[in-house]
Structure formats: C-alpha cells, structure tokens
Design a protein around this ligand. Structure first.
Ligand code: PMP
Length: 374
C-alpha cells in the first residue's frame, strides 16, 4: 500500500515544485552569480550575536510564555504604542514572520472565505490561504505594481474576509505611498474586512518613510520580524500586533502549534531592537541605484523603492527560456511565475556583495542583448 493515501488533500492545493526546481538548478551551477536569494548578505550584528551566546550560556533555553518574553514584548509594545497610539493594540512574538502569517490566516479565515492579495505576491501567500481552507483572490497590478482601488473594490464579495498587503513588496520592491495605503485601509474598514499588513521590509524603504495601513485603520493586523532587518533569517523570530481580542486567538493558536519563538533568540532581539540597521540600508540603497543605472537601458523596471529586489520585465522569451540562458552565464535569478499568474518578469535580489553585483549586471546586460536562438 502506498503512503500517498495518507497525504491530506489540503497539501495538494498548492505546490513548491517551482522553487525546488530553482534550488536544484542552483546547486548545479559552479561559482554562481547568485541573485536569487531572499536574504541580506550582511552578518547578524556583532552585539546581537554576543547577546545570543550569552542568553544560551545563561540557560535561557527553555519554553517562554507563548506571547514572548515580557521584556521583549514590552519593549516592542511601547514602540508600537508610540507609533500608533491605539489603546487596544497588543504585541505578540511569533516564530518568524511566516509564523505570524500562518497564525493570522488560521485565526481569521474560515473554509470558503476569500482572501485578496496583489499579484505579484510573496510566494507563501497562496499556500497559506489554501492551508486555511480559504480562496485566493489575486488582483493584477502589472505593469507598474501600484494599487488600483477600483480593481480592489470590484474584487470584494460577501465572502471576502481578508486583504493581505505587503509593502515594501517581495518580489517587486514596490513601496506603497501614504495615499495607496490609506485607501486600502479605509476600504477594509468601510467594508468590514480584516486587513493584514506584512511589513517585514519596513526598514528597507529607500525613497521615503514606510507607511503602515495601521495608521489609518486601528484594526489592522501588522506582521513584522527580525529576519531581514538584522539578517536573522535562520533564527526565526517575528512579531505581530493588532486588536487585543485577535491577538488572544493568535496566542492560543501559537500555544498549540509553534509553542514559542526560540528563547535565546528572543533575548538577542532585545539587543537588536536597539540597533537599527541604518548603515546597511544606506549600502543597499546605493546598490539599488547602481544596478538601476546599469540595467536601465536594457530592462523595464518599475518602481523599486525598497526591500532588496528588482522585478524587471523579461527582455525576450518566457521565464523558463530566460532562466536557462541565464544559467549558461552562471547567473541565478527567479522566474516571475513563482510569484505570479504571469510569466513576463523575473526577480533579482541585490543584497549581495559588490563583486557579485558587478558580475550579475554584466551577465544581465549580455543576456538582454542576446535574443533566443540568435
Ligand atoms: N513576508 C515576506 C514578504 C517575505 O519576503 C518573507 C521572507 N522571504 C517573509 C514574510 C518570511 O519571513 P521570516 O523569515 O521572518 O519568516
């Protein structure tokens, strides 16, 4: 008898074969110019590493309250209170930003509920919507990746439960303006829809301040984390905040799933909170500006205001043929259809060292000028 009979149907409603194919391809390339990785190239700040080592040595290795250690929760709560001034907003610490996203979906979406998000989207969104039994409703934002509120209003039905917003965005790097964020926040409020804002790149907004919809809608659930801002992707601590009644439900779910975020890392995050990654952000902005200038003549690239991604239009062919040609140049980038219903773009991460960036730009220019089959 095959073990396949044991596989739950919910796992068959999404797949990760595209991203795994990419990893398999990457493993075969020698000395790759790797612009495919979604994590910073700078190390965890030294003071955070020290705090982590000390926490382990001081035996902070056991369970913590599911909402997080009081010191970290309180520290973030005061910053959140200062920023938003909402009397009913509560912070909990989660197992990464992904952990927070899973809690939000599991805690708010009933089977058959519709969840709206904007295409292109973070690769995990369709999967977590499906896991929760929801239905993904994608709003096309090509070619400029900005929000069209008429399209948003038109997508809302009596089954719409949630709008999932991500700015600065993965994979586009687009940062929504205060007006765009406010419009979405107000629509959600007026139509009684739960608004979840994935702000993991909030500190990576290069051309102006980051705007949170929670500023305009006090019921917004905000999800953020330390993975990108402090290069802690493998250390798995995130946070979420929102109306107290919802955070209680999230804590209940976390108690019986992830239990708590890793204890020593929570202690290290206390130090991370005091070390905003300003210098790293300046370097990343310079890399973005340099790359935009290098690629500007050969690629159409819309509005990459933040995160550390560009999402250029393919100069020719489809994602598969372009990615294969890129591999011939030792270059790894991600085809847009991993993040989208469309196969017209590709993602570059510029959070890499300067030499890799230079090699990448040279390979990309060469590729753009080499049409398929020529
Ligand atoms: N949201 C977005 C938009 C992301 O790009 C990522 C990481 N690639 C996450 C959430 C997940 O972050 P974490 O490592 O904190 O789970």
């Amino acid at each position: 008898m095959s073990v396949n009979q044991w596989i739950a149907q919910r796992t068959e409603r999404f797949d990760s074969s595209g991203i795994r194919r990419m990893f398999a391809l990457a493993a075969k390339v020698k000395d790759p110019i790797n612009l495919s990785i979604g994590q910073p190239d700078f190390p965890v700040p030294a003071a955070v590493k020290q705090a982590l080592i000390q926490a382990i040595e001081k035996d902070h290795n056991g369970y913590t309250p599911t909402e997080g250690i009081p010191a970290l929760r309180q520290k973030i709560q005061s910053a959140v209170d200062k920023q938003f001034g909402h009397s009913d907003r509560r912070v909990i610490i989660t197992s990464g930003t992904s952990g927070g996203l899973v809690l939000a979906l599991m805690g708010c979406v009933n089977p058959g509920d519709e969840v709206i998000f904007f295409d292109p989207y973070f690769v995990m969104y369709p999967a977590i919507v499906e896991l929760a039994g929801g239905r993904a409703v994608k709003i096309n934002t090509y070619p400029d990746f900005r929000i069209d509120t008429d399209r948003l209003e038109a997508a809302i039905t009596p089954r719409t439960k949630m709008i999932l917003l991500n700015s600065p965005g993965n994979p586009t790097g687009v940062c929504y303006s205060a007006e765009e964020v406010r419009a979405v926040a107000e629509i959600a409020k007026r139509r009684d829809i739960c608004l979840v804002s994935d702000e993991i790149y909030s500190q990576f907004s290069f051309d102006g301040p980051h705007h949170s919809p929670a500023t305009y809608n006090d019921q917004t659930i905000v999800i953020d984390g330390f993975s990108k801002s402090h290069a802690m992707t493998g250390l798995r601590v995130g946070l979420m905040h929102g109306p107290a009644a919802l955070m209680e439900v999230m804590a209940k779910l976390q108690q019986f799933t992830f239990v708590c975020a890793p204890a020593p890392v929570q202690w290290a995050c206390l130090t991370a909170c005091d070390l905003p990654p300003v210098d790293e952000m300046i370097k990343l902005k310079q890399k973005r500006d340099w790359l935009l200038q290098e690629l500007g003549n050969d690629y159409e690239i819309a509005n990459p205001g933040g995160a550390f991604y560009l999402f250029p239009k393919l100069p020719w062919g489809d994602g598969q043929s372009f990615i294969e040609a890129a591999v011939q140049e030792q270059l790894l980038v991600i085809p847009g259809n991993i993040f989208s219903d469309h196969d017209t773009h590709f993602r570059i991460s510029y959070a890499v060292d300067e030499r890799t960036l230079e090699r990448g730009a040279a390979a990309l220019k060469k590729l753009a000028r080499t049409a398929v089959g020529v």
